[in-house]
Design a protein around this ligand. Structure first.
Ligand code: ADP
Ligand code: MG
Length: 277
């Protein structure tokens, strides 16, 4: 388990550490170009990023700068036009099953209960039933869904649906969890609660997280480092070390100088366009 209680440090322009076999996720000089008859789009260019095992990295940037594309590369749903993507020591060359993926919409099956939606992951992976059930129960407890195991998606609030999606993504204990604006559709209060839960789950499970978000405060609240991307063609503009202790708390974290400094710096980088976060 990585040490998540490192002493806070100042906001720095942290250069990406050189690629090592120890990185949970690494992108080396990655570019993605989409070619169609009508136009060529360079979605990502010169992207280099090493994510440490157990690290929480948030990715922010203007719409269309390639954030979703970056996650799809890591998941193996998309191939880089050039450069290299690795998960642990392995080169990503096709869809990966050792990751969890959470999207903006929970994408639950309406005809399955919460528990059966979570267990879908086990069925797809042919996990032993007892092991899957035990793990599902643990995640249900962890995410505060106890008592709602038999509820159908339409009986659950948006926040609860997203918790079910999170449980499903974590069922097989993936070393890497990819989240693409998972809380964007939730109201502010639910989003705060989900952030607090995600912080706790991350600390409890030791999973490596890559989170795409439009919210600067969400990024700083949750992450060890925040990757700020520039508009298309998406490049990494800067990587900000947040320097807050691993355990975050809405009451205290938002008032801390490290939080305000990092959020202010990111806001400056992204400019007026996103300053109304
Ligand atoms: P973001 O998630 O940051 O909003 P995306 O990664 O979805 O951005 O997209 C980055 C750019 O690549 C956008 O200009 C988008 O239109 C383009 N793009 C994404 N996927 C495809 C695709 N499959 N074919 C062509 N262009 C694409
Ligand atoms: Mg996107």
């Amino acid at each position: 388990m990585p040490n998540r209680n490192a002493t806070p440090s100042a906001v720095t322009e942290a250069p990406s550490p050189s690629a090592t076999a120890a990185a949970a996720v690494s992108l080396t000089d990655v570019a993605v170009r989409f070619r169609s008859r009508k136009r060529d789009v360079t979605a990502l260019s010169e992207v280099a990023l090493d994510v440490r095992p157990g690290e929480f990295v948030a990715i922010v940037g203007p719409s269309g700068c390639g954030k979703s594309t970056l996650l799809k590369l890591v998941a193996g749903l998309l191939r880089a036009s050039s450069g290299e993507v690795r998960l642990g020591a392995e080169r990503v060359e096709g869809p990966r099953h050792d990751i969890g993926y959470v999207f903006q919409r929970a994408a639950l099956l309406e005809w399955r209960s919460a528990l059966r939606n979570i267990l879908l992951q086990a069925e797809i992976r042919r996990m032993p039933a007892a092991q899957a059930r035990g793990r599902a129960d643990e995640l249900i407890r962890m995410t505060g869904l106890t008592g709602f195991e038999d509820a159908y998606p339409h009986e659950l609030s948006g926040g609860m649906q997203q918790r079910v999606a999170l449980c499903r993504a974590l069922l097989h204990e993936p070393p890497v969890l990819l989240m693409d604006e998972p809380f964007g559709a939730l109201d502010a209060l639910t989003r705060e609660r989900m952030n607090t839960e995600l912080n706790r789950i991350w600390r409890d499970t030791g999973t490596t997280v890559l989170l795409v978000t439009h919210s600067i405060s969400e990024a700083v609240y949750l992450a060890d480092r925040v990757v700020v991307m520039s508009p298309r063609p998406g490049t990494i503009q800067e990587i900000i070390e947040v320097g807050l202790p691993a355990e975050r708390d809405y009451g205290r974290t938002l008032g801390r100088p490290e939080f305000r400094e990092a959020a202010g710096h990111i806001r400056d980088l992204l400019g007026a366009v996103q300053a109304h976060d």
